[in-house]
Design a protein around this ligand. Structure first.
Ligand SMILES: [Zn+2]
Length: 162
């Protein structure tokens, strides 16, 4: 049977009840984040195009989640998409997860931090090589740490014993 079709119809409706490693109440997030960060990360808002200084940032460093601090993108994967939002062709290993977003009468792929579930932006398939992907991110969701070296691929910390 057409599994792809079923998958599309069913939508696999990822209910956002998943437990993330970093979980806080709305009130706690509101205290921790700026209003702009909160609107993007916790309410799936989108900042105005070209409003983030990180859109024009091309220095070396690592982009972290503004919610929980997890490293998400290396500056080496950043490119100028001309959209007005910081754009990357690949995230760091296991840093982000995606789900289908059917809001605004469009079907898009939503991108969130794998550690706290904070909304980052969307991913589109019109990016540059080698991946052909364009991770269109909200600068408000990112915390750029200049000169920091990205973690080694696959060199993630071993699962905490006990
Ligand atoms: Zn996070």
């Amino acid at each position: 049977m057409a599994e792809g079709l079923l998958g599309r119809i069913g939508g696999r409706g990822h209910v956002p009840t998943k437990d993330f490693a970093v979980a806080m109440s709305d009130q706690e997030w509101q205290r921790k984040l700026s209003p702009a960060q909160y609107r993007v990360l916790r309410e799936h808002g989108t900042e105005r195009a070209a409003s983030s200084p990180l859109d024009k940032e091309y220095g070396d460093g690592v982009y972290h989640c503004a919610g929980c601090g997890q490293p998400l993108f290396a500056s080496s994967a950043k490119f100028n998409s001309g959209t007005g939002w910081p754009s990357f062709w690949a995230p760091l290993d296991q840093a982000v997860e995606t789900q289908t977003d059917r809001s605004f009468f469009m079907t898009r792929t939503e991108v969130h931090c794998s550690r706290c579930g904070g909304h980052l932006g969307h991913v589109f398939d019109d990016g540059p090589q080698p991946t052909g992907l364009r991770y269109c991110m909200n600068g408000a969701a990112l915390d750029f740490r200049r000169q920091e070296k990205p973690p080694e691929p696959g060199g993630a910390e071993p699962a905490a014993a006990g």
